[in-house]
Design a protein. Structure first.
Length: 433
């Protein structure tokens, strides 16, 4: 495979120059790897943080560069940083990997895939704007001047965040959502329904249960479009944003590596996908013993996972011990939308029982506890159930405690005590044994 084994013997190629890629490069150096590191990117700019693209859409005039945000300078850490040399194909052999790019081939001992995701664009929606990259944000910001009418398709994380900041910036905003409540897929209908009033509260019109059938661009070339709905109604927007989810950017790996129907690579708990092939961040679903299959798609995985992945990679390549297990952390998503702060820990299942802690709409915030009632029992007259996930809304002070609580696994809780907002959640945990 390689013409020069000496040179490629201690080398890693990292594909994807976002948060996961940058953290991988940093972890390689922090864990003492002194071989050759190549970083391949596709966006033509240094790694930056994406969450501010929506939350600070109108405030930023430059990307949130990871050198300033987190002190990660890939140019100082990697030997070869190619900001615009996307990988096109991967070949995995017994002695190494070979990554074909537009400019040639990079050979290395191992590859870490950190290619992130791409927004979903249904066929015929090419007139819609997207928000995934800094260039998307710059274009959107330029068009969302006060008085502009924005139609956002999708009341998911990004649709909600953009709706909130755009209405604050003086735009008229309508959000169209095919499902019956916001974030139904992520939080379930019982919990998502409590988010619906936030839209009117922020001055945004929310149209639920309205599937979009087509988006037709205006003929005048000004960028406006008409959104046609299954009900027969049509909505005109000066700007139409498609915010209907994202899929792993792994098309180029189809047939080479195991992946699910969404294109998410199948990794083990530390991101091993195949011998010499590892993956971090949005592009991989990790299978672990505590949380089962955890798809990427959120910032915290791209931030934390590389450390354990690199530890495994270095141990595997040096045929050393398996290395310390990655520090445990529960899957975590945060969002700031329509004047509210959300933190979701764990992975809710549609079959969970939901118990509220505090009252939605109360100034003091609230939480939704997702309980796995398969694992329910009554002990000394108390109902106990396994806490699978928690959504915390506007209760910053509970976030740190929850992170610690769920780090070690899914605790058994006394359901009545957990629902009592006057008591710390940790007091509801039933000690093991
Ligand atoms: C607007 C917005 C707001 C968000 N807000 C939140 C939030 O509030 N909370 C939260 O938890 N998450 C949020 N996220 C998600 C979070 O930003 C991502 O989970 C995180 O960026 C994933 O990091 P990553 O490194 O896996 O992928 P990315 O950040 O997508 O980086 C992947 C990089 O790889 C490049 N690439 C792709 N294919 C190739 C290839 N073949 N070769 C080379 N390079 C390639 C891409 O161009 C990209 O630069 C948000 C995302 C967006 C878009």
């Amino acid at each position: 495979m390689t013409s020069d084994r000496e040179e490629s013997l201690r080398s890693v190629v990292v594909v994807g120059g976002g948060l996961g890629g940058a953290q991988t490069v940093a972890a390689l150096r922090a864990q003492g790897f002194d071989g050759r590191v190549t970083l391949l990117g596709a966006e033509g700019r240094p790694p930056y943080d994406r969450p501010p693209l929506s939350k600070e859409l109108f405030e930023r005039d430059a990307p949130a560069d990871l050198v300033h945000e987190m002190g990660i300078d890939v140019r100082a850490l990697a030997d070869d940083v190619r900001a615009t040399d996307p990988a096109r194909a991967l070949e995995v052999g017994p002695d190494g990997v070979s990554v074909a790019t537009s400019s040639g081939t990079v050979e290395a001992d191992a590859v870490v895939l950190a290619v992130g995701s791409r927004p979903v664009v249904p066929p015929g929606w090419e007139h819609a704007s997207l928000l995934h990259t800094w260039d998307d944000a710059a274009r959107l910001r330029a068009r969302l001047t006060p008085g502009t009418r924005l139609v956002s398709v999708g009341a998911g994380w990004i649709g909600a965040e953009v709706a909130g900041v755009a209405t604050k910036a003086g735009c008229e905003v309508v959000v169209v959502e095919a499902l019956d409540v916001p974030l139904e897929r992520q939080l379930g209908a019982d919990v998502g329904q409590h988010l619906a009033p936030w839209y009117a509260g922020a001055g945004v019109e929310l149209r639920l249960g309205e599937a979009v059938t087509a988006i037709r661009g205006d003929d005048d070339g000004a960028g406006g479009a008409t959104v046609e709905l299954a009900s027969g109604a049509a909505l005109h927007g000066d700007v139409v944003l498609a915010a209907v989810g994202a899929r792993p950017a792994t098309d180029w790996l189809r047939g080479t590596l195991p992946m699910d129907a969404r294109g998410s690579l199948a990794g083990d708990a530390v991101g091993r996908v195949a011998p010499r092939v590892y993956a971090v961040g949005d592009c991989v679903t990790r299978h672990g013993t505590v949380y089962g299959d955890v798809p990427g798609g959120h910032w915290s995985a791209a931030l934390h996972d590389p450390e354990g992945t690199v530890r495994a990679l270095l141990a595997d390549l040096s045929a050393g011990a398996a290395g310390d297990p990655a520090p445990g952390h529960a899957p975590y998503v945060f969002s700031q939308q329509l004047g509210h702060d959300l933190a979701l820990f764990g992975t809710p299942s549609p079959f969970d029982e939901v118990v509220l802690r505090g009252l939605p709409g109360h100034d003091d915030g609230w939480a939704a506890l997702y309980l796995d009632d398969d694992d329910e029992e009554v002990r000394d007259g108390r109902r106990l159930a396994r806490l699978r996930a928690v959504l915390v809304v506007d209760r910053h002070r509970e976030v740190g405690a929850l992170r610690r609580l769920l780090r070690a696994g899914l605790p058994l809780v006394d359901v009545a005590a957990a629902a009592d907002v006057t008591r710390p959640l940790k007091d509801a945990v039933v000690p093991v044994g």
